[in-house]
Design a protein around this ligand. Structure first.
Ligand SMILES: Nc1ncnc2c1ncn2[C@@H]1O[C@H](COP(=O)(O)OP(=O)(O)OP(=O)(O)O)[C@@H](O)[C@H]1O
Length: 276
C-alpha cells in the first residue's frame, strides 16, 4: 500500500550503533547493512542484543550513539513522520510471542494497522484485506473470527504474521518466529517466509536461534557477539572464520546435524530432479 517503494540497494544501514541500559552496555559501535530482497538471519547468544538491535532499527529504542537509515530515511527514535509517508507503514513486525491483542479476533488484529494508517478505508474493504492477509499467512478462513486464545502456538504466529503483512510492507522483521514450534510447524513457517520473500519481494530481518531456519531460508547470517556484528555472510563463509562462538554454534553437534540434514535434503531434491 506504500505509495513510494525503496529502490536503493540497502534498505537497512546501521553505523556505529551503541546501546546501553544504565551501565549495561549492549552494543558498542555496531555496523550492519541489509541488502534489498534478502533474508538476513541475526544470531548470537542469549542477551547479546538481537531484539534491542531490531527495536533500535524500528525506532522503539533510542540509541546512545550511531546512525540508522531505514528505506533511505534516517531514523530518530519515536519520530516516524519525517518522510513523505509514515515509515512505520512500510514495515511489518512479528514480535516474539506474537503480541496479538487478546480481546480482538484474528481479523480485528490484522485490521488494527489498517485502521491506524488508512482510516479512510471502508469497513467492507478493510474486512476484505484482513481476510486476504489471513489467507496469505496460511491460516484457514475460519481462523479470522477466532480469538488468539483459541489458536495453537503455530497459528498465533501466523496470525501475527498476517498482521505484520497488513500494510503490504517492504520490510519484514521476525523475532524468533519458529521458537516454540514443533519441527514440522517450524519448517512450514520457514517455507512460508521464503515464499513471501519470493512473491512479495520482501526484505526480511529474521532473529533466530534455529539452525534449520538459517540453513533453509537465510541468504546471509549476521552474528552478534562482543557488542558488535562480528561477521556477516553465508554459512560457508562464516564457517571459514575461526571465531570461537561461530565455530561452536555452526560446528557444534547441533550445527553439524543441521548442516548434514541440509546436505541430505539437497541430495534428495537433486535425485528427484528438483535441485538447482
Ligand atoms: N528495556 C530494557 N531495560 C533494561 N535492560 C534491557 C531492556 N531490554 C533489553 N535489556 C537487556 O539487554 C540485553 C539484550 O537483550 P535482548 O532482548 O536484545 O537480547 P537477545 O539477544 O534478543 O536475547 P534472546 O536470544 O535471549 O532473546 C539483555 O541483557 C536484556 O536484559
Amino acid at each position: 500500500m506504500s505509495e513510494l517503494h525503496y529502490t536503493g540497494d540497502c534498505p537497512i544501514v546501521v553505523e556505529g550503533l551503541s546501546n546501553a541500559f544504565g551501565d549495561h552496555v549492549i552494543h558498542e559501535g555496531l555496523n550492519l547493512t541489509v541488502r534489498r530482497g534478502e533474508i538476513i538471519g541475526v544470531v548470537g547468544g542469549s542477551g547479546t542484543g538481537k531484539s534491542v538491535l531490531m527495536r533500535s532499527i524500528i525506532g522503539l529504542q533510542a540509541p546512545v550513539a550511531g546512525r540508522i537509515e531505514v528505506l533511505g530515511q534516517t531514523m530518530h527514535a519515536g519520530s516516524y513522520g519525517g518522510g513523505e509517508i509514515d515509515i512505520r507503514s512500510r514495515w511489518g513486525v512479528l514480535f516474539q510471542g506474537g503480541a496479538l491483542f487478546s480481546t480482538l479476533t484474528v481479523a480485528e488484529n490484522v485490521e488494527v494497522p489498517l485502521r491506524e494508517f488508512y482510516p479512510e478505508i471502508s469497513d467492507e474493504l478493510r474486512h476484505e484485506i484482513a481476510r486476504f492477509k489471513v489467507m496469505l499467512s496460511g491460516l484457514p478462513a475460519d481462523a479470522a473470527a477466532k480469538y488468539p486464545s483459541e489458536l495453537s502456538g503455530g497459528m498465533r504466529k501466523r496470525a501475527g504474521l498476517a498482521r505484520a503483512l497488513a500494510l503490504d510492507p517492504e520490510l519484514l522483521f521476525l523475532d524468533e518466529p519458529t521458537a516454540g514450534l514443533d519441527p514440522i510447524g517450524a519448517a512450514a513457517f520457514d517455507a512460508l517466509t521464503k515464499e513471501l520473500q519470493d512473491t512479495l519481494g520482501l526484505t526480511v530481518f529474521l532473529i533466530t536461534h534455529d539452525l534449520d531456519t538459517l540453513h533453509e531460508i537465510c541468504d546471509r547470517v549476521a552474528v552478534i557477539a562482543d557488542k558488535q556484528v562480528i561477521a556477516v555472510g553465508t554459512i560457508p563463509e562464516l564457517l571459514a572464520l575461526d571465531h570461537p562462538w561461530i565455530q561452536e554454534y555452526f560446528n557444534g553437534p547441533r550445527g553439524r546435524a543441521a548442516t548434514e540434514a541440509q546436505h541430505r535434503a539437497k541430495a534428495i531434491d537433486k535425485s528427484n530432479g528438483q535441485g538447482a
